[in-house]
Design a protein around this ligand. Sequence first.
Ligand SMILES: NC(=O)c1ccc[n+]([C@@H]2O[C@H](COP(=O)([O-])OP(=O)(O)OC[C@H]3O[C@@H](n4cnc5c(N)ncnc54)[C@H](O)[C@@H]3O)[C@@H](O)[C@H]2O)c1
Length: 340
Amino acid sequence: MKILVTGGLGFIGSHTVVELQNEGFEVVIIDDCSNSSEEVLKGITAISGKTPIFEKIDLKEKESVSDFFKRHDDIQGVIHFAASKAVGESVEKPLLYYENNIATLVYLLKELSNKDNSNFIFSSSCTVYGQADKMPITEDAPVKPAESPYGNTKQIGEEIIRETCKVTDGLNAIALRYFNPMGAHPSAEIGELPIGVPQNLVPFITQTGVGLRQELSVFGDDYPTSDGTCVRDYIYVVDLAKAHVQALQRLLERKNSENYEVFNLGTGKGSSVLEVIHSFENVSGEKLNYKIVDRRAGDITEAYADTTKANEVLGWKAQYSLDEAMKSAWDWEQKIRSQS
Ligand SMILES: NC(=O)c1ccc[n+]([C@@H]2O[C@H](COP(=O)([O-])OP(=O)(O)OC[C@H]3O[C@@H](n4cnc5c(N)ncnc54)[C@H](O)[C@@H]3O)[C@@H](O)[C@H]2O)c1
């Protein structure tokens, strides 16, 4: 079965390609390498012994998308990761984000709407909940006004898919709301490759650990949490990748109860920034250079998932601990720095 993975050279996409190939799917990747490189194909091949088909296409080019589907009319499912994801940049350049995250989604859905049968998985985010009123967060928690154009593209993206599914027989879709993805493949062949200053906590920690950054700033220790620092739900990227395979299989086997469904993907456990730092110190044996600074505008206090729906309906559960995920991130960081 042929599956299209957009953004398949990126962080979560590449791990998902590995899991799909391990399950016997034939994978075609579309990526424009705007936030990744063709080198990632080597890592995927080294792990799974198979090289996916790769087409370097910018999904903003509508004609290229159309042409792709003409040439691959046997695609059975699409997992759509391709998007721009830097929250700060989205505030500076909102139109870039609306074009890259929304226009591309529309072009893909237009192609899929022309087919008798299509299955679509969308990368959404827990940012849609903002600061939820209740922890852990269930899928029916209200969607809060977005804090950034990036966050807004996830909310609008979900709406577009939901409304398209309503009027399109044969289109089945699942939106997966990720909490905080982290880590790398245990082989250290693929992992997160942030360009410039990392936006996420874990690569910032490992880059500080390896000496690439001098110091980690912890934004605020006066939040109403156990140790005063912000709490998030860190989900290992390999666990996350496996959830995509389960979601795809659910659609392919027509086990979905509605033609548009939403699932939270997290561990169900919140970890504070200091707990994540201690996990790093524990697995690496290194002391991390960090300091507490003032709160940062826009940060919420806490977010962790109620994973009951994913556990019971999707049949998926995160398997790896924070320390295991952290160890993989540290191994990856050391490997890439030893090569550069
Ligand atoms: N990493 C996170 O913390 C996180 C959290 C929640 C949701 N998400 C979402 O998950 C998805 C994947 O995230 P990631 O962390 O793997 O990001 P990533 O940047 O590593 O991967 C995205 C990939 O898409 C490609 N891409 C971007 N625009 C493209 C275009 N116009 N045409 C073709 N390819 C394009 C990039 O080159 C990159 O390889 C994104 O939609 C992101 O918004 C990520």
